[in-house]
Design a protein around this ligand. Structure first.
Ligand code: ATP
Length: 326
């Protein structure tokens, strides 16, 4: 068996200690009075694609830095493959794409990627890596003369230059155009299909919804949700009730806002869109109030709305707790 074969597919799945790729156990990180990460625990398992979501300043980059051994936790333990993050990185088990920071200036893309492939203990062929990141045609350009999206593709190439078991991506598609973004996720899906674990931080919730099989939500340093996108949407407890309203069918539109469960209402032309915390009660009350809702649809809200709801709920709970202390 070649070195590459040893680490691909099913063989990779047994890779970590106890099948554990990464673990945060009661991890906190303080910067003076700022609790950037506050008592966070989670485990990443082999083959998972995990989205790491949170508003600006939530603690995503700080958590990723600790996962990579770039920052030490103030409390708790971080482990990769049952050992220290630094050891996992030295062993080439982690591919990384960070938001910013040093792309070596004065070298060409090809020279930089070649170096990365040589340094990685299980580095790939340079031309394959360049092709995968759509960099072949511009590989002779200097890395300090690139557009933002091109720079991101170079970082992507560096993260996938060898056969790593875990790929960590901090806001990987920021600045990429639609086709680069699509190509990026196609490659990532192929990487995941080979049993690799992928953790990515993003503000693009539709990407998280379509790519991730698990979503972690961090807010003000605390992990406030951990589940599939469907579970997180269900947890937000909101449904979208949409129908066509025609006054001649019956019902008085001024009554809509007062129906049970209605959290938000939008009436555009003849289309009514309701966000409801109890769609069954809303729909039953619609009929009772004499409406004849044509083309009635009840659907789950998107991940974006669910994210806004659960982070908003957390803010409200924090405000209430603060009020009680006063
Ligand atoms: N070196 C530092 N010194 C002081 N405070 C810091 C430092 N690094 C981060 N912070 C603070 O810690 C908190 C978490 O920051 P972090 O960069 O981890 O958030 P993030 O979720 O990655 O945000 P974004 O989505 O904006 O990139 C913020 O309040 C930030 O200001």
């Amino acid at each position: 068996m070649s070195t590459t074969e040893q680490y691909t597919g099913a063989a990779r799945k047994g890779a970590g200690s106890d099948g554990e790729v990464a673990a945060f156990r009661g991890v906190s990180k303080n910067f003076g009075a700022v609790k950037a990460v506050n008592d966070v625990s989670f485990t990443l398992r082999p083959g998972e694609t995990v989205a790491f979501l949170g508003p600006n300043g939530a603690g995503k980059s700080t958590s990723i830095d600790m996962l990579l051994g770039l920052k030490d936790p103030s409390a708790g333990q971080v482990s990769l493959f049952g050992g220290s993050p630094r050891q996992a990185i030295v062993n080439g088990r982690v591919g990384v794409m960070l938001q910013s920071g040093g792309l070596m200036p004065e070298v060409t893309i090809r020279e930089l990627v070649t170096l990365a492939c040589q340094v990685h203990p299980r580095g790939y062929n340079v031309d394959d890596v360049l092709k995968k990141a759509q960099l072949t045609e511009i590989s002779d350009r200097k890395v300090d003369k690139l557009s933002g999206g091109q720079e991101q593709r170079v970082r992507f190439a560096l993260a996938t230059c060898g056969d790593s078991d875990l790929i960590i991506l901090d806001e990987p598609t920021t600045g990429m155009d639609v086709s680069a973004r699509q190509a990026f996720w196609n490659v990532m899906k192929a990487e995941a299909a080979q049993g690799r674990t992928i953790l990515f931080a993003t503000h693009y919730l539709e990407e998280a919804d379509s790519v991730a099989d698990r979503v972690l939500v961090i807010h003000k340093g605390r992990l406030i949700a951990d589940g599939t996108a469907a579970e997180i949407k269900a947890r937000a407890g909101l449904k979208k009730v949409t129908f066509d309203f025609r006054p001649e069918d019956g019902g008085d539109s001024s009554l809509l806002r007062d129906l049970p469960g209605v959290n938000a209402l939008e009436l555009t032309g003849t289309t009514v869109r309701i966000r409801s915390t109890d769609s069954d009660a809303t729909v039953a009350a619609l009929y009772r109030a004499g409406f004849y809702p044509r083309g009635l649809e009840v659907t789950t809200v998107g991940l974006e709305q669910a994210f806004i709801t659960i982070t908003g709920e957390q803010d409200a709970a924090d405000d209430a707790a603060e009020e009680n202390v006063r």
